[in-house]
Design a protein around this ligand. Structure first.
Ligand SMILES: Cc1cc2nc3c(=O)[nH]c(=O)nc-3n(C[C@H](O)[C@H](O)[C@H](O)COP(=O)(O)O)c2cc1C
Length: 189
C-alpha cells in the first residue's frame, strides 16, 4: 500500500524544534511519509536556535527537496499528497501564500495545495502581530482546508519540560492529517 504523503515546509520563523518533532511523529507512523522543503532562512534559524544540523533534520524526512527545485513533485497538483504543513511559518512565507507569489518550491507547493483544495496547516509564528500579518491570516483562514495554528504554549496539561510542550504543539499540527500522536494529552479523553 502506498504511504500517505504530507508535504512539510519549514521557513525562517522561530520554532524549528517543533518541525523536528513533527517529522519524528510522521516517521513513527508507518502509514505516512514526509516530503521536506526547508527555506534557506529555516536552515539559518535552525543553526541559531538548536544544536541540530540541517542533515540531522533531513534524515528524519522520507524525501528531501531543495527550495529552488521548482520542477519537483509538489510543484504539480498531480503529485499525490494529503496536504501540506508549514512549520514554522514566517510572516514572509505567509505573505507569499496570501499573495499567490509562488517564487520557490515551498510557496509553489502551498499554492498547489490551495488550488487542489487540500489541507494546508500554517504554524504561523510572530509576536507582536501587525495588521498585515493579521489580514493575511484572516483571509487565508476563510479558504476551506486552511487552518492557522500558531504554536502557542499551553499550561493545562502541566508540562514539566520544554520537550513535553513541543510534543503537544507538534501533535496539534500533525493530528489533523490523522498521524498517530500516542503521548498527546487530550482534554478529558
Ligand atoms: C533567529 C531568528 C528568528 C526569527 N523569527 C521569526 C519569527 O518568529 N517570525 C517571522 O515571521 N520571522 C522570523 N525571522 C525572520 C525570517 O527568518 C525572515 O523574515 C526570512 O526572510 C523568512 O524567509 P522565509 O519565509 O523564506 O523562510 C527570524 C529570523 C531569525 C534569524
Amino acid at each position: 500500500m502506498d504511504k500517505k504523503r504530507i508535504i512539510i515546509g519549514a521557513s525562517g520563523a522561530s520554532g524549528l524544534p517543533i518541525l523536528k518533532k513533527c517529522l519524528e511523529l510522521i516517521q513513527a507512523d508507518e502509514r505516512y511519509e514526509s516530503v521536506l522543503v526547508m527555506s534557506e532562512s529555516a536552515k539559518l534559524t535552525l543553526s541559531l536556535e538548536t544544536d541540530d544540523s540541517v542533515e540531522d533534520i533531513e534524515a528524519l524526512a522520507d524525501i528531501v527537496l531543495s527550495e529552488t527545485d521548482i520542477a519537483a513533485g509538489p510543484a504539480s497538483g498531480t503529485f499525490r499528497t494529503e496536504g501540506m504543513l508549514i512549520v514554522p511559518c514566517s510572516m514572509k512565507t505567509l505573505a507569499g501564500i496570501h499573495a499567490g507569489y509562488a517564487e520557490n518550491l515551498l510557496l509553489r507547493a502551498a499554492d498547489v495545495t490551495l488550488k487542489e483544495q487540500r489541507r494546508l496547516i500554517l504554524a504561523v509564528r510572530e509576536t507582536p502581530l501587525n495588521p498585515i500579518h493579521l489580514r493575511n491570516m484572516q483571509e487565508l483562514s476563510m479558504i476551506p482546508g486552511v487552518r492557522i495554528i500558531p504554536p502557542m504554549m499551553e499550561f493545562y496539561t502541566k508540562p514539566e519540560t520544554i520537550d513535553e510542550m513541543v510534543y503537544h504543539l507538534a501533535a496539534k499540527l500533525v493530528s489533523p492529517f490523522g498521524v498517530e500522536t500516542p503521548e498527546y494529552r487530550r482534554w478529558k479523553d
